[in-house]
Design a protein around this ligand. Structure first.
Ligand SMILES: NC(=O)c1ccc[n+]([C@@H]2O[C@H](COP(=O)([O-])OP(=O)(O)OC[C@H]3O[C@@H](n4cnc5c(N)ncnc54)[C@H](OP(=O)(O)O)[C@@H]3O)[C@@H](O)[C@H]2O)c1
Length: 181
C-alpha cells in the first residue's frame, strides 16, 4: 500500500490505488466556485452538513492536514485523528501524528478510513478515494482554499437538494463512487 508522495495539484487521481477491500471516504463541503476554506476555517456553518459529517465519519480513523486539525473546535469524539505535518516534534492531545503519507497509512492499518481535508491532503491522497461525499454549496463564496470539482474518475450516484436559509446558501448532498479510468 506504500506509495510515493506527490505534490499537491489541481486534479483528482486517475488511477485509484485502493485495494477495493476497504472504503476510503472523501468528505468535503465545496462552493460552486471551488472554495472550501477561508482564514483557516469553514466559510459557512451548515448544521445539517455538520450532522452528516458526524454520521459519516463516526468510528472511522480520519486523516487530515495540520491546518484542518487546527480548524476543528476540538478533538471529535469516537474517531481517531491522524494529522499530517512536516513539523518535527509537533504534538497535540488527541492527534496521532504522521510525517508523510506512508506514516499515515501505517497508522491507519487495514481499516476503512475517511479523508477530511484540507485541499493539500485531498491532493496528496487523490488516488486513494473509493467514495466521495460532497456538499455542493450553491454560492460563489470568498475564500483562500479551493478544491477541484470531482472529475471523470467519479460517478454521481445520488443527490439530495436542500434549500437555503437566512444563515446559509442552498446546498446539495452529492454522493459519488469511483470508476476505473
Ligand atoms: N469545506 C470543507 O469541507 C473543508 C474540509 C477541510 C478543511 N477545510 C478548510 O481548508 C483549509 C485548510 O486546508 P489546507 O489545504 O490549507 O491545509 P490542510 O491540508 O488542512 O493542511 C496542510 C498542512 O498539512 C501538512 N502537510 C501537507 N502535506 C503534507 C505531507 N506530504 N507530509 C506531511 N505533512 C503535510 C502541513 O502541515 P505543517 O504546516 O504543520 O507542516 C501543511 O501545512 C481551512 O480553511 C479549513 O477550514 C474545509
Amino acid at each position: 500500500m506504500a506509495k510515493a508522495q506527490r505534490a499537491p495539484g489541481a486534479r483528482w487521481g486517475t488511477s485509484p490505488v485502493s485495494d477495493k477491500a476497504r472504503e476510503v471516504l472523501f468528505i468535503v463541503a465545496r462552493a460552486r466556485n471551488g472554495v472550501i476554506g477561508r482564514d483557516g476555517k469553514l466559510p459557512w456553518s451548515i448544521s445539517e452538513d455538520l450532522k452528516r459529517f458526524k454520521h459519516l465519519t463516526m468510528g472511522k480513523p480520519m486523516v487530515m492536514g495540520r491546518k484542518t486539525f487546527d480548524s476543528l473546535p476540538g478533538v471529535l469524539p469516537g474517531r481517531r485523528h491522524i494529522v499530517l505535518t512536516r513539523q518535527a516534534g509537533w504534538t497535540s492531545e488527541g492527534a496521532q501524528v504522521a510525517a508523510g503519507l506512508d506514516e499515515a497509512l501505517a497508522l491507519i492499518g487495514d481499516e476503512d478510513f475517511a479523508v477530511i481535508g484540507g485541499a493539500q491532503i485531498f491532493a496528496l491522497m487523490a488516488d486513494y478515494g473509493t467514495r466521495f461525499e460532497l456538499t455542493h454549496v450553491h454560492d460563489d463564496t470568498p475564500g483562500d482554499t479551493t478544491l477541484p470539482a470531482p472529475d471523470a474518475s467519479w460517478r454521481e450516484v445520488s443527490r439530495d437538494a436542500h434549500d437555503g436559509t437566512d444563515a446559509h446558501p442552498a446546498f446539495d448532498f452529492v454522493s459519488y463512487e469511483r470508476v476505473a479510468t
